[in-house]
Design a protein around this ligand. Structure first.
Ligand code: PEP
Ligand code: MG
Length: 837
């Protein structure tokens, strides 16, 4: 004897019934809201997830339950009702209960044709989804009813079930079991559902969409799901419902349209009622809904409503419009938008409806999409720009000399590299779509070809880079323009009201600073000063300084660099108008400023008026086996202290000048790559000396804040020593990750996907902060720093500062602010607000 289903686990959906989204699913709850609004919803019953589990285990309905469920119409639909609509569910089954007898009645009431179409549709669905017969045999909507019933009998050796109770029991069981199948489980887990996600089911009286008069089924929504702008869209299918198509089936427009018939003309009252219901549903359900309806001989039924699926830009516009209309509070609008969606608004995106010819995949290092002609060198990129052509710079890796070429390109593609490699960091900084680590691509710079998936592309051929998805596409793709509209600004302003953690930007140039402000950054948390020297006009002076043989020569070339730096800082202070600006002293190894090939060295020898051998010798002298762990950061500051002296002077002079016409600027100076207390003592003493000199020379007083980057494990462990001497500690989690793992940030891309694929690392630690390891160092550093100096400000300025998961960690760790690339600031602000609410 089989178990019976507990009657309390099935409820009729009435205004006062205990329908609960967690037990009965979102669809059941949504239908109850529609019922409460007084909309014409057919009788519906909600099966709880307990009932569905029992059904999957073999439990059945008793005859009373069956009689109640079928109601007077004798036909029902069964729909899935998961807790979250995104988790999907088995397909809806319509017209359960139809049999020879009911068919004969329908012939009388609805006509032969309608009756046949409704019966046929159900037999086909049942054959495919319940009896699991070959879909090819049961998919033809033109097939005859009798032939299909015979085919069913031939395939199953059994008559098509005539008992409505048996039909319903089998439909329910097959839907309950389909939910537990491996494919459904994997699909919903990919959308964030827990493995044991519950399923509810809804059994609803059928509103028949095939029959006499104006009859059909349709959907209506009031918003464009791509743009998020108001637009009434949908369709009305006359004489059609699911897979059943009656005689005269046709698709109508909803509103009057010169191209053809519309529901508005065919049934104006029904249309007006639908629009009224739509407006009411938006207010009561507090969401943009797509409404599913049936018109049966001019009578309207609302059978379902689902949240409109939407693009990123639409999600922002919809949330803001709902809040502006007073339907939801601003706080809820902030919570409703996925932070990552913000970055889609800042850039061109490939139209989600457009076809894609995918050539290769890599790491999605900087979002947005662009189409351009392939070039293989920075010089070719600049030449293309000069001709007014859009180009994509494709390199094995980029080096600092490629920066100008990157600026001249619309997108960047590298075969090697990872999330924090040179190309990735620069591209994010300037908002350029970028894919790195596209290891399936081979570049031949001599032949000027790019090979991918067995295809060869020559210089000048068009490709598209989708930096949001990490896909490289052949040819051009249809694009959506950025959507930096007033909804975007409004959402960011609301987010700002709720943030409990600050968001600054990593900005090295006036353009970066403007972008940062445009995106509501609250200051600059990291200005990488070395980027200021890669400019064509600066590089010669920098190289001259590197080639200086005597301290006097070095002093002279630094004197040339001083006014350039001063004007850089003055510009940043001016744009940021009193907001904090953190300037990091010079960080990279000097050899990065030197040419790497013979041609470059020859040019350099010429411009410095030196023999080529001197240039090659100097380049050779500066070569290091492991430059990332070599003469860089504070080590350079200690061994060639004149560079930091010059930078400190430029900062102070610019701060004094910028303070003349406004509020006092308090610059923040940051020392990179520290690992020992004495390093800070030495640099601090020299900076104090420079400050004293500038005060004296300019006859004015000023203050500044000195800080240290915590980028080495030792700095984190000895944060107490460091904190005693400075006002702030800023975790540089790019280097800290590199050094904690012993993993090169420039080379990790080569094996990262294997590592993540095989579960060695859960995620790319350069992308999402490794909370267990690097995070522990952050926690230790924060705690020790605070004990030694309770007033210390703790911040984050690695790329992780723009990553929502890492921001959540920062908030828990008590970090005051994060700083990230300007184009990541909107994502960070929204994530920070959501974590704070
Ligand atoms: C870091 O290491 O996290 C950092 C911000 O510095 P950079 O990326 O310039 O090395
Ligand atoms: Mg660093």
């Amino acid at each position: 004897m089989s178990l019976l289903i507990d009657p309390s686990s099935i409820v009729e959906i009435t205004p006062s019934a205990g329908v609960d989204a967690a037990r009965h699913g979102w669809r059941a709850k949504c239908l109850q809201r529609l019922v409460r609004m007084g909309l014409p919803v057919p009788h519906s019953y909600a099966f709880s997830s307990d009932a569905v589990r029992a059904i999957a285990g073999g439990a059945t309905l008793d005859s009373d339950q069956l009689a109640t469920l079928f109601g007077p119409g004798g036909l029902v639909s069964v729909r899935p009702s998961a807790v979250d609509p995104a988790w999907g569910g088995p397909g809806t089954m319509l017209n359960v209960g139809i049999n020879d007898e009911r068919h004969a009645e329908l012939v009388v009431t609805h006509g032969q044709d309608a009756a046949d179409a409704l019966y046929l549709g159900f037999v086909q669905s049942f054959a495919i989804h319940v009896a699991r017969l070959d879909p090819d045999m049961f998919s033809d909507s033109e097939a005859g009813l009798q032939a299909t019933l015979r085919a069913y009998q031939d395939e199953t050796d059994d008559e098509f079930p005539q008992d409505p109770g048996r039909q319903l029991a089998e439909v329910l069981r097959s839907m309950a079991r389909a939910w537990d199948g491996p494919t459904a489980r994997l699909l919903r887990q990919a959308k964030g559902a827990p493995a044991q996600a519950p399923l509810g089911l809804v059994v609803q009286d059928m509103a028949l969409a095939i029959g006499p008069g104006v009859t059909g089924s349709g959907t209506i929504q009031f918003i464009d799901q791509v743009t998020g702008l108001p637009r009434l869209t949908g369709r009305f299918r006359e004489q059609e419902q699911g897979r059943s198509r009656g005689h005269g089936a046709a698709t109508l427009y909803l509103t009057r349209d010169p191209r053809g018939l519309s529901l508005e003309e065919a049934a104006p009252e029904v249309f007006a009622e639908l629009v009224r219901f739509g407006v009411a549903a938006r207010e009561r359900l507090r969401e943009e809904m797509q409404i599913e309806f049936v018109v049966a001989d001019g009578e309207l039924s609302i059978i379902d409503a689902t949240r409109v699926t939407r693009s990123s830009r639409a999600s922002v516009r919809i949330a803001v419009a709902l809040a502006r209309d007073g339907i939801i509070p601003p706080q809820e609008a902030v919570m409703r938008v996925e932070p990552r969606a913000m970055s889609d608004l800042l850039h061109q995106q490939i139209d989600p409806r457009a076809p894609r010819d995918i050539l290769a995949r890599g790491i999605n290092a900087s979002p947005g999409a662009a189409t351009g002609r392939i070039v293989f060198t920075a010089a070719a990129a600049q030449a293309a720009e000069a001709r007014g052509e859009r180009c994509v710079l494709a390199r094995r890796e980029t080096v600092p000399e490629d920066v100008r070429g990157m600026h001249a390109s619309v997108a960047v593609l590298t075969v090697g590299g990872g999330m924090t490699s040179h190309a990735a960091v620069i591209a994010r900084g300037i908002g350029l779509p970028c894919i790195v680590g596209a290891s399936g691509i081979a570049i031949d710079t001599r032949a000027r070809t790019l090979r991918a998936g067995g295809r060869i592309f020559h210089e000048g051929e068009e490709i598209t880079i989708d930096g949001t998805s990490g896909e490289v596409l052949a040819g051009a793709a249809e694009m959506l323009e950025p959507a930096l509209d007033d909804s975007f600004d409004q959402l960011l302003s609301w987010a700002g009201e709720f943030c409990r953690i600050g968001v600054r930007a990593n900005a090295d140039s006036p353009e970066d600073a403007q972008t940062a402000l445009r995106f509501h950054a609250q200051g600059i948390g990291l200005c990488r000063t070395e980027h200021m020297f890669f400019d064509e006009t600066r590089l010669p002076a920098m190289r001259e300084m590197i080639f200086a043989d005597t301290p006097e020569d070095r002093r002279l070339s630094l004197e040339r660099l001083l006014p350039m730096q001063r004007s850089d800082f003055l510009a940043l202070f001016g744009i940021m108008a009193g907001m904090p600006v953190t300037i990091r002293l010079f960080d990279p190894p000097l050899h990065e400023f030197l040419p790497h090939d013979r041609e470059g060295m020859r040019e350099l020898a010429e411009s410095l008026d030196l023999p080529l051998s001197d240039v090659t010798r100097r380049v050779e002298e500066l070569r290091e086996f492991n430059p990332m762990l070599g003469m860089r950061g504070v080590r350079l500051g200690i061994t060639v202290p004149e560079i930091y002296d010059m930078q400190a002077r430029a900062i102070f002079e610019a701060a004094v000048e910028a303070s003349r016409d406004g509020a006092q600027i308090v610059p923040e100076i940051m020392i990179p790559l520290v690992s020992a207390r004495r390093e800070v003592e030495l640099v601090k003493a020299r900076i104090e000396t420079v400050a004293a000199k500038v005060r004296n020379e300019m006859r004015t007083d000023f203050t500044y804040r000195l800080g240290v980057m915590v980028e080495t494990p030792r700095a984190a462990l000895r944060a107490g020593d460091l904190a005693e001497q400075v006002s702030f500690l800023s975790f540089g989690t790019n280097d800290l990750t590199q050094m904690t793992y012993g993993l090169s940030r420039d080379d990790a891309g080569r094996f990262m996907s294997d590592y993540v694929g095989q579960g060695v690392y859960e995620d790319d630690p350069f992308h999402i902060l490794d909370q267990d390891g690097v995070g522990e160092l952050v926690a230790i550093g924060t705690e020790r720093g605070r004990i030694a100096n309770p007033d210390i400000t703790i911040s984050f300025c690695g790329e992780h500062g723009g990553n929502p998961e890492s921001i959540a960690f920062c908030l828990r760790a008590g970090v005051s602010y994060v700083s990230c690339s300007p184009y990541r600031v909107p994502v960070a602000r929204l994530a920070a607000a959501q974590e704070s609410i």
